[in-house]
Ligand binder design. Sequence first.
Ligand code: SF4
Ligand code: SF4
Length: 435
Amino acid sequence: MELRRFKDILGVKSNEGTLLAFHGRNLEVAEISNDAWAALSPIELTSSQIPRRTLDNSEPQITLQNWEEEINPNARTNKIDTHVRFLTLNVTQICNLHCNYCAAGGDGTFGDAVAKISIEKTLPQIQFFLNRLPSQLGFNISFLGGEPLLYPEAIELIAKYISEHAPQRRVNYNIITNGTLLTEKNVELLARIGATITISLDGPPEINDQMRPTKNGSSSTALVVQGLERLLARKSEFSHIMIHGVFDHNNIALLKAYEFYSQFNVDSYDFSFSISENDLNASQEFMRQLSLVAAQAFEKGGESALRKIRAFEQHFQSLDSQTRTENYCGAGKSFLMIDARNQISTCPWDVNLKNEQVGQGIELNQKSLEAYQKPLIDLNNCNNCWARFLCGGGCMAAHKHGSGYKNIKNTQFCERTRYLVALALVYYQKCRAAS
Ligand code: SF4
Ligand code: SF4
């Protein structure tokens, strides 16, 4: 792929030679001529600088300039709702696996092993957030850990509490699990609450068993596959089932993972680059492999197969609805994290970091939260980036791992994000041109 730019217009030449342009504010995609392409200035994926170009008043440049200045009345900005509607709960801070790249202190504990939350402290916290939420707004609880299915009783008690104390409230339950404890009993519980389920799986057994080993050396993948089969036998009872792989320099085989995932009739797949990985070669291979995955998906099943991959689905949705995203996530705005000691932070990566705590129990520190209230594209100084309204300023945890600071961008993250956006634009144009 080759990229060019004129102010907020990005030009993309695909590997097949198709030329397209993307209006970064209006979220419009169009095919362009060779002359228009020539009027754009070359840029690198790593840069968000707007190239300087002297206007020569040629026809293609005037056309570009006019398009750039246009305001699309249909494009709207998704203003984030600052009511806390998304809570993630660590119902336990222990794990039965020992994943190589574990985000939770290397062993699921965040350096503070807690086998079970004190439910008598967690329920009032949930009530506190429910009380602050206007009745028409839905509420979302994600169960995380450690491995949340080591303490399924907490999930059951929380769902029961909400159904008794807020029976009118729309509530979505999500669970992010390593998938090794999806017993009949746990599947029954998750079906009863109509959960959205994200299963961590990094590829076929020869890879996943290395990346996500059990403590006794048996295959974690075999357990995940059994669990997936149990879930898929009752698929209609769940809101959504997704397989999520995390990749770093020890495992960058996205295509192999995709081929393995494809045998399971789940709703979507997600491919993430490990937040704690800063290896440039791995980052570049991640992009290359993702383009292979996209090509294979598109060849096998066109737009619908491509859109089973979460990132493509998100970008296609934003482009179809012409909805600008100003916030990569709702951290500190609509989203908060409660750890197993009932401490509140804005991000799962901040658990147990005292200086990142924004509350405890039912006390919220509004002053600390104020720092999060501006749109992330402003906080992270993204206003020159052509991809800002599809990216939304990026993940603060990824930025921090790359630059040392939440609001100073991680250049590798930006490069991968822009690559993925440009790739999505190429496929978007292909799909819409065909329809
Ligand atoms: S974080 Fe996202 S929006 Fe900000 S500069 Fe990087 S790619 Fe662009
Ligand atoms: S900053 Fe990143 S890891 Fe933290 S909540 Fe947002 S998206 Fe998730």
